[in-house]
Design a protein around this ligand. Structure first.
Ligand code: NOJ
Length: 514
């Protein structure tokens, strides 16, 4: 079988609002992305995923789409998009775009028509609300002027479509065709386990369970992905789709990546695992046992950056662990999704003042939940100026950057072999060289308590999650480390890639001690 490009790809998530601002309005845009494509080629990723850039009132950072075929002037024009795709392809980078099928913006012409009483069956209107809560806090229903209620699993500005209406289904196939015809290599599917709600919209006792829920993961959704898969497969060039699927178990996740459905799904179990070899080992084993093409993700624009998650009280520990986790992630079979700024070791910005926070989660929870702005602070490209090079000089970014971003900027780190950026570049280059030589299968070498040790063919990866140094597994060479070794030992919070001794042949076993 030909190995599809996406199986081992490293995909870099560009949260467009916060990546690079070329127009000078303080918000990132497509022209800014274009200017930085060579940086991403040099970083060594295979593809980029662009978060929504469609016309939007920005009630949820663009995940409230008013026109699925447009480009918001805030982010540029169709010409910018076409040039971005052409330039990315010229640099050998694939391009994924975000599709938001669960809900539209309340400004979408269909919802505006629904408010006037036309075509209401494209959304979910009822005479009375049920007890469902919005993912962003508060009730999932809002009342309109004539007294009826509409469902929104997220903000009120994001009404849920009724996917039982064939018109909705046909419309999304057409939207996919529109972007495929423009040359995109695939899609990231927002809230992919949403779309259908159980008939009758029954009340729920406990909304925290997703497995048996009238809200998520209804069986009907799989037919939609079968249609989408057939469409993607009808285009040349291995177009693909990756689902944002939150589930309670990897078994549930596996349903979305059956051979005739989505190509991949984000593996959030990996980012949810605590800093523990046992927990990591379990996620790895469950993943390779259940999912045909694994993905790994440590951070994205919805979660606390992993440097901070792993950091507990000490930021140094957080960074050491973040780098060790990255090296481990890149050694696993399958593809890896990186989030912009993690290559700089950016921390979560936890002290944003309330008045600058824009996430509806913060607003709707009355400030009880901090929301996701802290991982969305614009990227520092240079160490100077009003935005550390994110925007043209004199322009303030849409979220303020903390002073420590100066020392973490691309300019401050590039060329410094001890920097996080150069570590990422080395790791991605080494992975690129190794990928053709390593089998997909993973083999556990030692079920060694706090130390995770696995091999794929000639590559051995060890991660020390313990509190003391651990002996290095047998090896011929040290290929890469996430931090300095301690003589012949692997210090805590450190990972290493080793070349396996020729005398210890690979067994090629799949899975391992659980
Ligand atoms: C998931 C997206 O990643 C998130 O940012 C958004 O708020 C929700 N879906 C709703 O679209």
């Amino acid at each position: 079988m030909d190995i599809p490009w996406w199986r081992d790809a490293v995909v870099y998530e560009i949260y467009v609002r916060s990546f690079a601002d070329a127009s000078g309005d303080g918000v990132g845009d497509l022209a800014g992305v274009r200017e930085r494509l060579p940086y991403l080629r040099d970083l060594g990723v295979d593809a980029v995923w662009l978060t929504p850039f469609y016309p939007s009132p920005m009630a949820d950072g663009g995940y409230d789409v008013a026109d699925y075929r447009g480009v918001d002037p805030l982010f540029g024009t169709h010409d910018d998009f076409d040039a971005l795709v052409a330039e990315a392809h010229g640099l050998g980078l694939r391009v994924l775009v975000d599709i938001v099928p669960n809900h539209s913006s309340s400004e979408h012409p269909w919802f505006q028509a629904a408010l006037r009483g036309e075509g209401r069956d494209r959304y979910i209107f009822r005479d009375r609300p049920n007890n469902w809560q919005s993912t962003f806090s508060g009730p999932a229903w809002t009342q309109v002027d004539d007294g009826s209620w509409y469902l929104h699993l997220f903000a009120p500005e994001q009404p849920d479509f009724d996917w039982r209406n064939p018109e909705v289904r046909a419309e999304f196939l057409d939207i996919l065709r529109f972007w495929l015809d423009k040359g995109v290599d695939g899609f990231r599917i927002d809230v992919a386990m949403g779309l259908f709600k159980a008939e009758g919209l029954p009340d729920v006792d406990d909304q925290s369970f997703m497995s048996v829920s009238p809200i998520w993961g209804q069986p009907e959704v799989h037919d939609v992905y079968r249609d989408w898969r057939a469409l993607l497969d009808s285009y040349p060039g291995q177009r693909m789709a990756v689902g944002e699927v939150w589930t309670d178990s990897l078994d549930d996740l596996a349903l979305y990546v059956r051979p005739d459905e989505l190509h991949q799904s984000f593996n959030f179990a990996w980012l949810e695992a605590p800093w523990s070899a046992t927990a990591f080992r379990k996620v790895i084993n469950d993943t390779v046992a259940t999912v045909p093409f694994a993905t790994w993700v440590l951070s994205n624009h919805d979660v606390v950056r992993h440097r901070t998650r792993y950091g507990t009280a000490d930021p140094g520990t957080g960074l050491a662990r973040a780098k060790a986790a990255l090296l481990t992630t890149l050694a696993l079979p399958g593809s890896t999704y990186l989030y912009q700024g993690e290559e700089l070791g950016l921390p979560e910005v936890e002290n944003l003042p309330p008045e600058v926070r824009q996430d509806p989660v913060f607003k709707r929870s009355g400030g009880r939940l901090p929301g996701r702005d802290g991982c969305r602070v614009p990227i520092p490209w240079s160490g100077k100026g009003d935005s550390y090079g994110f925007a043209p000089e004199g322009v303030k970014p849409w979220l303020p950057q903390p002073p420590e971003f100066a020392g973490l900027s691309v300019a401050a780190q590039a060329g410094d072999p001890s920097s996080t950026l150069e570590f990422y570049r080395r790791a991605l280059a080494c992975r690129r060289e190794l990928v053709p030589a390593v089998p997909y299968e993973l083999e556990w070498l030692e079920p060694a308590g706090d130390v995770l040790v696995f091999a794929r063919g000639p590559l051995v990866c060890a991660l020390n999650c313990g509190t003391g140094p651990a002996p290095l597994p047998p090896h011929e060479d040290v290929l890469l480390t996430s931090g300095p070794l301690d003589g012949g030992a692997l210090p805590p919070d450190t990972a290493v890639w080793l070349r396996r001794p020729v005398s210890q042949p690979a067994r090629g076993a799949r899975g391992g001690p659980g």
